[in-house]
Structures are given as structure tokens and as C-alpha cells.
Design a binder for this molecule. Structure first.
Ligand code: B12
Length: 472
């Protein structure tokens, strides 16, 4: 059987003026995961429109498309093209799960929720010529699942091709998150088996890993065993976690010992009123300063995530947030405009209150205001959002943030990492376009490890000199 997997691009990602690096970070891991369920004699390709031009004149038996909200219209276009040629189309992912009736007009079969149970069930039915229109998983486990087919991904097209996900969902339930709807009908947080994950990691030759889990640290026992198992493998890795997890005694230290060098943290808002209103209870009453210091003292850089437009946000929220993040030495920041995704509790609440401004899903990309904010106009919210990026990444802020670090090595790494991410756009565009991303990877690894290596050198030099003068 010939199977073609497609990750359609959101419209902007196909524009020559768009920021190419962001869409060349990670390969379509969800699709590689699904490809793992096919037989050895099946012919399988994965095409990612963010990094390549799709082939439209091919003749697969089955086309499987992953649909995010921002790429929904493009996904429907591609699906319609193949269906008009009599090719069977199956769709899955977050958007069809949230709005199955909308997606049904463009697919022969929809897979709702995670794919590990439904996709193989569909494949069996399809091969027996009796596929159903919809499948929704209820049995949730990652134990014993096949390894993702990373061999089908073009490693050279991505800066972080060695991405890995070892859990599904999250232990929390913020009301703006896709999680509750996506996992309805079964468990909404579950992990792989540690030894299976370690086997997968061992097959990845690269030093740099990126865990894409929503919250890698959520199950403390699992996370500790994973980190202990990874110790000594020589990996350097990045991931997402919470303030709460960072404060758990010993967990961060274990992560660092196994190679953690940078962590994405969802601070979301500095207002406790907002935290309560949006169910982000696990951030409430946490001392952000202590957590940040703990991360920095352990040599871990921070990518802080912030949401603007929550009901308690006034027009000074942008400046306040940026000033705070810079003053704490947060290395990189991701700002978002609050976006009520269909299926979430937030969407239901906004719809009921008549606050939704559009149902053009292409605008639900966290860069546009799609609802009526409480204390500002939609335009003010968008303007403040763009201004925050400008202010956070101007040279003065990058220097100030780097200067917060205690040691020279930390200051240098912070400066190079923040500047490298946002200040050399034309350079990155050339690198992406000429397919030279893989040459940049050793540089990224060295940079992530820089503070540690330099500190080690500094300490061993000191030790040698104190040894020499007989002080030890
Ligand atoms: C990596 C990532 C990215 C990467 C690349 C994505 C990629 N290459 O796939 C980048 C940086 C480019 C990115 C960009 C954006 N992202 Co993003 N991203 C993620 C992240 C962290 C991991 C995705 C992943 O690999 N998951 C692991 C795999 C195994 O799971 P999966 O892909 O969901 O696949 C499973 C199921 O969904 C299902 N499935 C999926 N597709 C299909 C298809 C078929 C046929 C079948 C049968 C089953 C099936 O089976 C799979 C196995 O269970 C998720 C958060 C998350 N945990 O999912 C956010 C997430 C997907 N991103 C999100 C958003 C909002 C964005 C942006 C709009 C943000 C922005 N402002 O720029 C952009 C736009 C992206 C786009 N193209 O439209 C939202 C999506 C919301 C939504 N309702 O669609 C998420 C959920 C984050 C969040 N918590 O809000 N993102």
C-alpha cells in the first residue's frame, strides 16, 4: 500500500517573507509516530509543507493529513484535491477533533484524539475494505507502541530534528488549553515506559534532544527515573515544564545532571487574578523569582511564555511583563495573544458572552485578536503584543538580561542565545534556504552547554593553580 502523510503549512509559513527558522525547528513527529504502525512492505512518505513543496501529481492509495487550526483551510484544500482524484483521505489532529463536523466535509475518515489506538484500528478496517467515518480513542496508553519512523524525516531540513515526546497531555487543566477537549473520553495525561523511552533515545545518534511534551516533569516518579536513566548518555536537551516542577526538591538537579540546558516555562501572566480565572492554579502563590534563580543557578536558560489579553490585563501589561522578564534575566520569551480555541472552556465562555470577533481560523494563530478584550481595544492588544517582542529583543534588553547572570560565562551564553534567536533573521533565512541547518547544530549544542563548559574549565584551572601552590 502507498501511504502519503502531509503536514500542511499555515499560510504565512509559505510566504517568502515569513520567519523561516521557526518553521524549520521541528519535524512532524506526530506523523512519524503514525508511520510506525505501517507494514514493512508499505511505501510511505512524509511531506512537510513548512520545509518543502508538496507533490500533487502522485498516486498514493491513502493520504493522511495532520490538521492544526492555523493550517485548517490549507489542509482542506489539499484533501479536496486528492479526493477529487478518487484518493482516500484520512484526517486527524487537534482541529478535526475540536470541530469534526467542519472537517468531515473534506475527509473520508476522521481520527479524533490521540492516534495510538484509532489509527491502527482504522488501518485494519481500511485493509479489510470496511473503514468507518470516525474513530475516537478511549484506550490511552503509550506502552509497547512502535518507535516513530524518524528515518522518513529529512533531518537536514530542521534545526532540532531529534524531537521526542514521552507522554501525552498534561496533569493540569488551564481553561485556554486544547487538552480537555482533545483527550475527552479517556485519560488526559499518561506516560511512556521509561525503558522504552531510553531505548528510543539510544537509537538517536545526535547529542541534542528536544522534548516536546506539554509538561515533561508532571509525573515526578517517571521524570526522575527518566533523568537518572539518561545520566551518562552525554545528551544535551531542552523541554517544557512548570514553576511548580522546578521547585520540587531534587527534580531539577536530576534533570540538569542528565543534560537539561533550557526550559520553556508557562508563566502566562503576572496577575494572580488572571491565574485564578484561567485555572492556572499551579502557578498561584509561587515565587517566580525563586524558581528563576534556581534555574539560572543550575545553568538552565529560560524560554518564558506569556499570554496577553486576559480579562485582568490593562494597557500597561505589556511594558510591565517585558520589564519584569528582562530584569529577571529570562533569556528568550514567547508572547501570545489569548486565543480561545474551539473546544476549550474559554471558547465556550467567550461565545456565550458574544465576545468572539471572527471564526476565520487562520487568525487563531496567537498573533491576532479574535475576541473582544475587557480593558483595551483589539487593536491595542495586537499593537502591545508586537511592541513587547520589539522591546524584549532590543539590544539594550538583551544586554541587561545577560548582565543579570552571575558569572561571565553565563552572561556570554545568555547574550549569544537571545541575540542569535532574534537578531540575525536574514542570516537564518539564508541558512534555511540553502539547506545548511544541520551545520548549525554543533553550534547550538556548544552554546547550550557553554556556561557549563566554561565554568568547568574555570573551576579546573582554579583547582590546578590551588593544587600547585599547595592549598588543597
Ligand atoms: C512542536 C510544535 C510546534 C512546531 C512544529 C509543529 C510540527 N512540526 O508538528 C512549531 C514551532 C512550528 C509550531 C508552531 C505553531 N504552533 Co505549535 N506546537 C508544537 C507542540 C509543542 C508539539 C507538537 C507535537 O509534535 N506533538 C507530539 C505528537 C506525537 O502529537 P501530535 O502531533 O498531536 O499527533 C498525535 C495526535 O494529534 C494524532 N494525530 C495528529 N495528526 C494526525 C493525523 C492523522 C491522519 C491521524 C490518524 C492522527 C493524527 O495522532 C498523533 C499521535 O497520537 C504542540 C503541543 C503538543 N503537545 O502537541 C504545539 C501546538 C500544536 N501548537 C500550537 C500553536 C497554536 C502553534 C502556532 C499557531 C503558534 C504560533 N503563534 O506560532 C504555530 C502554527 C503552526 C502551524 N503550522 O499551523 C497549539 C495548537 C492549537 C490548535 N488547536 O491547533 C499547540 C497544541 C500548543 C498549545 N498548547 O496551544 N508548533
Amino acid at each position: 500500500m502507498k501511504v502519503k502523510f502531509i503536514l500542511p503549512a499555515l499560510t504565512e509559513a509559505r510566504s517568502p517573507f515569513w520567519r523561516s527558522l521557526k518553521y524549520s525547528l521541528f519535524p512532524p513527529l506526530g506523523l512519524a509516530t503514525l508511520a510506525g504502525y505501517l507494514n514493512h512492505d508499505d511505501e510511505v512518505v512524509i511531506e512537510d509543507e513548512h520545509v518543502q513543496t508538496l507533490k500533487f501529481d502522485d498516486e498514493p492509495d491513502l493520504v493522511a493529513i495532520q490538521v492544526y487550526i492555523t493550517s485548517a483551510y490549507r489542509a482542506y484544500e489539499i484533501a479536496d484535491h486528492y479526493r477529487s482524484r478518487g484518493i482516500y483521505v484520512v484526517m486527524g489532529g487537534l482541529h478535526p477533533t475540536a470541530l469534526p463536523d467542519e472537517a468531515a466535509a473534506h475527509a473520508d475518515t476522521l481520527i479524533l484524539g490521540p492516534g495510538e489506538e484509532s489509527w491502527p484500528a482504522f488501518l485494519k478496517d481500511y485493509r479489510n475494505k470496511s473503514p468507518e467515518n470516525r474513530y475516537r480513542s478511549t484506550k490511552r496508553t503509550l506502552h509497547g507502541t512502535p518507535l516513530p519512523r524518524r528515518d522518513l524525516l529529512n533531518q537536514n531540513k530542521y534545526l532540532a530534528p531529534n524531537s521526542i515526546v514521552v507522554s501525552r497531555g498534561c496533569s493540569h487543566s488551564c481553561n485556554f488549553c486544547y487538552k480537555t477537549d482533545f483527550y475527552k473520553g479517556g485519560k488526559s495525561f499518561y506516560t511512556h515506559k521509561v525503558d522504552e523511552v531510553l531505548m528510543d533515545i539510544a537509537t538517536m545518534p545526535a547529542r541534542h534532544l528536544f522534548f516536546l511534551d506539554d509538561h515533561l516533569f508532571a509525573d515526578e516518579k517517571f521524570a526522575s527515573a527518566l533523568f537518572d536513566g539518561m545520566k551518562g548518555m552525554g545528551k544535551i536537551w531542552q523541554a517544557a515544564g512548570t514553576i511548580e516542577a522546578v521547585m520540587k526538591p531534587g527534580l531539577l538537579e536530576r534533570a540538569v545532571a542528565s543534560g537539561l540546558r533550557s526550559l520553556f516555562i508557562g508563566f502566562e501572566t503576572l496577575s494572580s487574578v488572571n491565574l485564578e480565572k484561567y485555572n492556572k492554579f499551579h502557578n498561584l502563590n509561587r515565587d517566580y523569582d525563586v524558581a528563576i534563580r534556581q534555574l539560572h543557578d543550575n545553568g538552565v536558560m529560560i524560554n518564558g511564555s506569556f499570554i496577553f489579553g486576559m480579562d485582568n490585563d490593562k494597557s500597561d501589561v505589556f511594558q510591565q511583563t517585558v520589564d519584569w522578564a528582562v530584569s529577571k534575566g529570562v533569556e528568550t520569551a514567547t508572547f501570545h495573544i489569548l486565543t480561545p480555541y474551539p473546544g476549550t472552556e474559554l471558547y465556550g465562555r467567550m461565545k456565550k458572552a458574544g465576545r468572539l470577533l471572527t471564526d476565520n481560523w487562520s487568525l487563531y494563530d496567537t498573533r491576532h485578536t479574535v475576541f473582544l478584550p475587557t480593558h483595551m481595544t483589539p487593536e491595542q492588544l495586537e499593537q502591545g503584543y508586537w511592541q513587547s517582542y520589539k522591546d524584549f529583543y532590543d539590544w539594550a534588553s538583551i544586554l541587561k538580561s545577560a548582565n543579570v547572570k552571575k558569572e561571565l560565562a553565563g552572561k556570554m551564553r545568555s547574550f549569544a542565545y537571545s541575540a542569535g534567536w532574534k537578531k540575525f533573521e536574514p542570516f537564518w533565512n539564508v541558512i534555511v534556504k540553502t539547506g545548511a541547518l544541520s551545520y548549525m547544530r554543533p553550534g547550538l549544542e556548544r552554546l547550550l552547554n557553554a556556561a557549563r563548559d566554561l565554568r568547568k574549565e574555570h573551576h579546573s584551572c582554579r583547582r590546578e593553580s590551588t593544587d600547585m601552590i599547595g592549598l588543597q
